[in-house]
Design a binder for this molecule. Structure first.
Ligand SMILES: NC(=O)c1ccc[n+]([C@@H]2O[C@H](COP(=O)([O-])OP(=O)(O)OC[C@H]3O[C@@H](n4cnc5c(N)ncnc54)[C@H](O)[C@@H]3O)[C@@H](O)[C@H]2O)c1
Length: 323
C-alpha cells in the first residue's frame, strides 16, 4: 500500500487551512489551492499567521513555522493535484461547488490518488457521482479545529475500494488522528449525535426548564465531563442498562414514543446483561477487568477535575448576557 506523502488541499478556509497545518507538520508535501490564484497566495500568509499564533501560545515548537513554510500555493486545481497522493477538498458546502471541485480533482489527479471530501452533510454516495474513478473516492470528515480534534469520520461510498479505505485509515493513524469508519447516512455519526444534543438543549431552553447558561453548565459538568474518556455505550454499561430502560420508560411517558427504549436494549436487559455490574452489557468484563475499569475511571475523572480547575477562569464562561 502506497504511503501518502503529497497532499493537495482544495479550499483554504477554516478547515482546509487547519488540515494543511496538520499535514505539513506531519512532514507531507502540501499544495493549497483556493478559488483564485490570489486567494491561494493569501492562504499561505494566513497559514503562517495561524501557526505563529500557536507557536506564540506555546502550543507548537518554533520548527512548526519551518514546516508551514514548505506549503506551496497552486494556480488552479489541476496544478495542485497533478502529483498528489491525496486530493482533499474542503470547499464550501454547496453541491454545485463540490461538483466542480471533485470533477477537477478526478480529471487532474494521478489514477492511484485518493480523492476525499470533507463534507459535513452531503451524502457521499451522491458526491461519488461527480468522480469517474469512484473506487478511489470517499469522505474524510474532520472536525474544527482540525489540528487539535482527534476524530476523522471515514465514509466510503457504495463504490469505494476497501483498500482505499484502509489506506486512508492507516494514513490518518500515522499522523496521529483517530479514524472511525461510518456509513453515509444524514449527518454521518458525529453530527447526528451532536445535533440531537443541540436539538434537546434548545427544547429545554424553549420549555423554560433552564437558561442557555444553566444548560451549558449542566451538560459540561455532568455527562459532558465523562465524554473525553468514554462513549455512550461504555457510560451506559457503567450506569446499568436496566436503570437506563427504567429512565427511558419515564421519558417516553412524558415526552412521547420517540423516547421509548429500543427493542435491542430491552432484549439485552431481559437476557440479564445489565452492564458492568453483571459483567456483561454492550461489553463483556471479567471480575478483575471490572474492578480495573472502575478505579481507572475514578483516576481519569480526578485528573479531569484538576484540568478543569486549571482552566476555570470566569472569562471561560462568558457573561451570560446577549450582546
Ligand atoms: N467549519 C467547520 O466546523 C467544518 C467542520 C467539518 C467539516 N466542514 C466542511 O468543510 C468544508 C469547508 O468548510 P469551511 O468551514 O472550511 O468553509 P470556509 O468557507 O471557511 O472555506 C471554504 C474555502 O473554499 C474556498 N472556495 C470557494 N470556492 C472554491 C473553489 N471553486 N475552488 C477552491 N476553493 C474554493 C473559499 O474561498 C474558502 O476559502 C465544507 O464542506 C464544510 O461543510 C466544516
Amino acid at each position: 500500500m502506497n504511503a501518502i506523502e503529497r497532499a493537495a488541499i482544495i479550499g483554504a478556509g477554516t478547515m482546509g487551512l487547519g488540515v494543511a497545518q496538520c499535514f505539513a507538520l506531519a512532514g507531507l508535501e502540501v499544495t493549497l489551492v483556493d478559488e483564485t490564484p490570489d486567494a491561494s497566495r493569501r492562504a499561505l500568509e494566513r497559514l503562517a499567521e495561524r501557526v505563529q499564533r500557536h507557536v506564540d501560545a506555546g502550543l507548537l515548537p518554533d520548527s512548526a513555522l519551518e514546516a508551514a513554510r514548505t506549503v506551496r500555493a497552486a494556480s488552479d486545481i489541476a496544478a495542485a493535484v497533478a502529483v498528489a497522493d491525496l486530493a482533499f477538498e474542503a470547499a464550501p458546502e454547496q453541491v454545485e461547488i463540490k461538483r466542480e471541485v471533485l470533477a477537477a480533482c478526478d480529471a487532474g489527479a494521478p489514477a492511484d490518488a485518493i480523492i476525499a471530501s470533507n463534507t459535513s452533510s452531503l451524502p457521499i454516495d451522491e458526491l461519488a457521482a461527480f468522480v469517474n474513478l469512484k473506487e478511489r473516492f470517499l469522505g474524510l470528515h474532520w472536525f474544527n479545529p482540525p489540528e487539535w480534534t482527534p476524530a476523522v469520520e471515514v465514509i466510503p461510498s457504495a463504490h469505494t475500494d476497501p483498500a482505499v479505505v484502509e489506506r486512508a485509515r492507516e494514513f490518518l493513524l500515522a499522523i496521529g488522528k483517530k479514524p472511525a469508519t461510518v456509513g453515509s447516512g444524514p449527518g454521518f455519526v458525529a453530527n447526528r449525535i451532536q445535533f440531537a444534543l443541540f436539538r434537546e438543549a434548545l427544547a429545554c431552553a424553549e420549555a423554560g426548564l433552564a437558561t442557555p447558561q444553566e444548560i451549558d453548565e449542566v451538560v459540561r459538568s455532568s455527562f459532558g465531563f465523562r465524554l473525553p474518556f468514554y462513549g455512550p455505550f461504555q457510560i451506559a454499561d457503567m450506569a446499568g442498562l436496566d436503570v437506563y430502560v427504567n429512565i427511558m420508560d419515564v421519558l417516553a411517558e412524558g415526552l412521547g414514543a420517540d423516547w421509548e427504549a429500543p427493542e435491542q436494549l430491552r432484549e439485552i436487559v431481559a437476557e440479564g446483561r445489565h452492564g458492568a455490574k453483571t459483567l456483561a452489557g454492550f461489553y463483556d468484563y471479567s471480575e478483575d477487568e471490572r474492578a480495573a475499569l472502575l478505579i481507572e475511571r475514578d483516576k481519569r475523572y480526578a485528573a479531569m477535575s484538576r484540568l478543569l480547575e486549571a482552566f476555570s477562569t470566569p472569562a471561560d464562561l462568558g457573561t451570560g448576557e446577549s450582546s
